[in-house]
Write a protein that binds this ligand. Sequence first.
Ligand code: PLP
Length: 335
Amino acid sequence: MADAMIDLRSDTVTRPTDSMRAAMARAEVGDDVYGEDPTVGQLEERVAGLFGHEAALFMPTGSMANVLAVRSLVAPGQEVLCESAAHIARAELGAHGAYSGVTMRTWHHPRGQVDLAMVQTLFAPDMGPFFVPTAAISVENTHNFAGGAVLPLSDLRDLRDFATGVGAAIHMDGARIWNAHVATGTPLREYGAVADVMAVCLSKGLGAPVGSLLVGSRDTVAEARIWRKRMGGGMRQVGILAAAGLHALDHHVERLADDHAHARLLAAACGVDPDGVDTNIVVVPRPDAPDFVARAADAGVRVATVGPTTVRLVTHLGVTRAAAEAAAGVLARLV
Ligand SMILES: Cc1ncc(COP(=O)(O)O)c(C=O)c1O
């Protein structure tokens, strides 16, 4: 019964395809804590190169990649600025404070965008024993809770100029940077060029069962390697998982355009303007969100709430055109 449901709760619910499983089964492996897994090495080198950075580090989750990325830029007692609905602020269970002693101040934008004027207002220089100094600014591209909104490259470049001018670093949570790349045609390198450190995920739209990477300089990655082990994230023969990521990079990037088209279809069915849907996430304001979720499930479509009055639909590899059309029919009736 569960498999007959159309699952739009998240793009993390995908299962590895048969060809991805075959690639995993073929993977050459070694002990990655000894730096001896050739498939992990291949993935790290490839992903670093895609973003024009020196190095990358494979790790289990996007949350761990974000925590290690932010802590590489922000020392205990310093702060990072970010948008108020950023995943690092809202959905990592306070990890940046709990593990890294980092504080956050936020600006708000309904579409998760960079508000440079607000960033300039919030930015705090190091004033010795007075205020928390701002060490970094974090951006999320695409922005999950803002409905998969893309951050335009021009805004990111303006932010880069400001940050460089004041000596702040930039962290990019690029869990869905692939969606931004496909939606806008912006080369991944251009996104890489605005960030000092990035976190990118293979386990969202790309459909790998697990895996994220921190991307940055050789020194940053060397230090993150120590922290990954310290936090219990040293993994052994994980070439088997890295192979899924390499397969996803070969086969699942360009197809994200289908997910974006399906998301627009679902938006229209739910009375949301499809032109406001940049990528694969649709946010539907519903005063009856929990009830709507239950009624959709009864009708065979799983959707999620991301707030008491907000329903979220996410398209992915496991949702075919036919399934998207069927779900749109169901949701249009409920709306
Ligand atoms: C924007 C963003 N960043 C980071 C993460 C964390 O990824 P993980 O679930 O692998 O920890 C997510 C998860 O959905 C996300 O949406």
